[in-house]
Design a protein around this ligand. Structure first.
Ligand SMILES: Nc1ncnc2c1ncn2[C@@H]1O[C@H](COP(=O)(O)OP(=O)(O)OP(=O)(O)O)[C@@H](O)[C@H]1O
Ligand SMILES: [Mg+2]
Length: 429
């Protein structure tokens, strides 16, 4: 263009630089709205997943309409966010094209006086037109790619935010346990999930190796919280006391060793859409089938396993080969046997089981507790018969702690009252 006339060359250089500057300045124009759209889309699919896994509860409570309303709400939010992002997307393209059109006109303007004064010919103006076309094509292409880049940028931002999340549970400990049952000690332990709203208050108690502790308390009194802290699913602040295992503070023990030596059977057993083998071993391929068979037979799931068409390969948790609540609990115990830990925490499910399954469960628990330290969070009186010590807590405070035999023979103890009424729930009302 400069070889034709320097004014044309200059006008085109200014035009190109301006176009690039504008594109550069607008490069993040729609990133935020795409980010918002990605968020609403994640909410929508999260909600669908949640509704599908709770489908039985939703139907049983006649809440299908409510679930659908929730689905429509999320869909609407997602649609609106999507529409907004698309509009901003198009606004970006239109702005750039509009500005290019204006600049284009301004660039052509100088050719009119040049033509009138006979400095350039009509042929040159046509040439300028063709050159402009060659220059604009890549600019339009870049604009389109920038649109895609903005969508990708939104996703990258969200992924980076996820990667930036730091775990609060630091794995700095190096200590390991010696084999055998563990000693457990809580000293002045307090804990709050939310700032200063303490759910455990200055708990102090000790559990000697090989002994079994039964924890009883009203719903919401903090029983499950005790197990979570012991397992370091949450950490306490240093001013709020400590937990020791074999005289070592738990944050000085390596997380791997801690979670290897303690097993925690949670209140609600989670099953995976996977084979029975994977559900028992939790995807540990090192465990031999023979061992799984032996354990399942031992805890009374042998007949159940024999009924499964593909044995250990049968996929459970699908509707076809479902599993009852009692069987699920037994399966959760099988997981503990595989791990063979030194301390077992059982957060007993509060749901009632049929007497046969309950009996199987009792026997399995008995076997599990041999030569191990144990904590049983009990919801049934029968379970308390196998414990050595009793801890009664209420609203995060220890109400009573002592040997079961002693408390059972002391008419002034809460535990004695409990045995009289025969119902845990009764006592705690
Ligand atoms: N993740 C959490 N965030 C905030 N508060 C929580 C959380 N989990 C539990 N809580 C609260 O902490 C208190 C103790 O809960 P916890 O689950 O330990 O009770 P629990 O004794 O196990 O009850 P249940 O017998 O019903 O199982 C309750 O008031 C509960 O609402
Ligand atoms: Mg609980």
């Amino acid at each position: 263009m400069f070889t034709k006339h320097w004014i044309l060359g200059l006008a085109f250089s200014v035009f190109t630089i301006l176009a690039i500057v504008i594109m550069y300045r607008m490069r993040n124009f729609s990133v935020k709205s795409w980010e918002k759209q990605r968020e609403t889309s994640a909410d929508l699919f999260g909600s669908i997943e949640e509704s599908l896994s709770a489908i039985e509860d939703i139907r049983a409570n006649g809440s299908v309409k409510n679930a659908m309303r929730k689905f429509f709400d999320y869909s609407r939010k997602n649609f609106k966010a999507f529409r907004r992002a698309l509009i901003r997307d198009q606004l970006f393209v239109m702005t750039i094209w509009g500005i290019i059109a204006i600049i284009n006109t301004l660039v052509f303007a100088p050719s009119i006086p040049l033509l009138n004064n006979g400095i350039i010919t009509l042929g040159t103006i046509f040439l300028v037109q063709v050159f402009a076309g060659i220059l604009l094509r890549p600019i339009f292409q870049i604009t389109r790619q920038m649109q895609n880049l903005q969508r990708a940028g939104a996703s990258i931002d969200r992924i980076n935010k996820l990667f930036d999340t730091k775990t609060k549970i630091l794995d700095k400990g190096l200590q390991k346990f010696s084999p055998g049952p563990l000693t457990l000690e809580f000293r002045d332990l307090s804990f709050a999930y939310i700032e200063e709203d303490y759910v455990l208050n200055k708990l102090s108690f000790k559990l000697n190796p090989g002994r079994i502790l039964g924890i009883v308390g009203q719903t919401g009194s903090g029983k499950t919280t005790i197990s979570r802290l012991l397992f370091r699913l949450y950490d306490t602040k240093s001013k709020d006391g400590f937990i020791k295992l074999n005289d070592i503070k738990i944050n000085e023990i390596s997380l791997e060793d801690l979670r290897d030596k303690i097993s925690y059977v949670t209140q609600n057993v989670e099953l995976f859409q996977a084979s029975i083998r994977d559900n028992v071993t939790l995807f540990d391929k090192r465990v031999k089938d023979q061992r799984i068979d032996l354990i399942l037979n031992d805890i009374g799931l042998g007949d159940w396993l024999n009924k499964m068409p593909e044995g250990l390969d049968t996929i459970i948790s699908s509707s076809e080969y479902g599993i009852s609540a009692g069987e699920a609990q037994l399966l959760a115990l099988a997981r503990v046997f595989i791990k063979s830990p030194n301390l077992v925490i059982l957060d007993e499910a509060s749901s009632r089981l049929d007497p046969v399954t309950e009996n199987l469960l009792e026997q399995a628990i008995d076997k599990l507790l041999v030569n191990r330290t144990g904590i049983i969070i009990a919801h049934r009186l029968a379970t308390l018969e196998k414990v050595d010590d009793i801890l009664i807590i209420d609203k995060g405070h220890i109400v009573e702690h002592g040997e079961r035999e002693e408390l059972a023979n002391n008419p002034n103890s809460q535990f004695y009252q409990l045995l009289q009424t025969g119902e845990i729930v009764e006592l705690l009302k």
